[in-house]
Design a protein. Sequence first.
Length: 425
Amino acid sequence: MKGVIAFILVFGIIVLVHEFGHYFFAKRAGILVREFSIGMGPKLFWHRSHGTTYTIRILPLGGYVRMAGTADDEDELEPGTMATLVLNDAGVVTTINTSDKVTNVNGVPLQVSKSDLEKELWVEGYENGDESVVKRYSVDHDATVIEKDGTEVQIAPLDVQFQSASLGRRMLTNFGGPLNNFLLGIITFILIAFISGGAPNTNQTMIAATQAGSPAATAGFQAKDIVTAVNGKAVTDIADFSKKIQAQGTKRIAITVDRNGTRKTLHVTPAEKTVSGKKVAQIGVEITAGRDTGTWAKIKYGFTETWYIITHILQILGSFFTGGFSLNKLGGPVAIYQASSQAASFGWLSVVTMMASLSVNLGLMNLLPIPALDGGKLLLNIVEGVRGKPISEEKEGVITLIGFGLLLLLMIAVTWNDFQRLFTH
């Protein structure tokens, strides 16, 4: 149950933060955001404010932003649609109700024959079932449509559609989602550093714990001891410490530690153990990076850890070209669920850390120049800037459809591979 809750929270927060980035820049660009949804599926609650309908939907998995004029937006009024028109005192339509769930007592029943809710703003059809006369009504610029499920959204005239914004603002709107994911990662890693009492210092080697009855426990090692030297030679990092221990074998060695500001030298004789068929020397400690407790170090950690994740992902992506493509290098929802369950078993801080890492991951992957992803949209924006005009809607639609199809196939393959790994390990 903890794993399910962790998965829903992690996935939901990451996607919502991503979508809010698109929402924020769209609003600033004058693009009408018709709906901002929390969750997917049938709606539970909705509220309209400043032209945007905010909905909460039944499936707590992410959400979406519905911007006027984008591929996610839909035409509401098809010929033959039964609607009820609500008029103002001037006889102009302010609401078009196509839902059976919402009743407008004083509305005008109309079977729609034609409509133009983008340019000239009108709707016409047969009033009260009288097919002998076609009546036309002007529609207010800020009129709303009550959709089949009862959700009320504002109509989308051309001047508030996505394509009407300047190229620069459209690029910012497309980039806003990944940007927010990076910001979530940076801010979360900073908070983790403050909550943990410091930022990891890879130049320090710290004793995290000692194993009961081990040579280290007998020698007096304690958690949070900072290892500074082995046999008088400085220890530079965790790998260097392990290397120095292995070099001594089972000989008695002197390890210098910093314990709360006091230098101590402890003598220990490693025990020889067989690990994966190889004999290794162990003193029985769990080691980790030290902690830098400075305020600037904690803040800096948010940026350095985010950059580390970005470069690590880029190395993995690069390995597809140098080392061959492998689905095992990718993970889908099943892998995220497994990681969430594992993180939940270690406590909430591990879940938060995983959320920050996944947020950066999502931000970077969305910037890949693949149609249907934000990176693909940005690539089309760049092409538009070079050409001096946008690609036709038909061509862009085909490109996006092909990209979406390829992504869907990849997601199916990755998810199937995740299930195979789940049941074979």
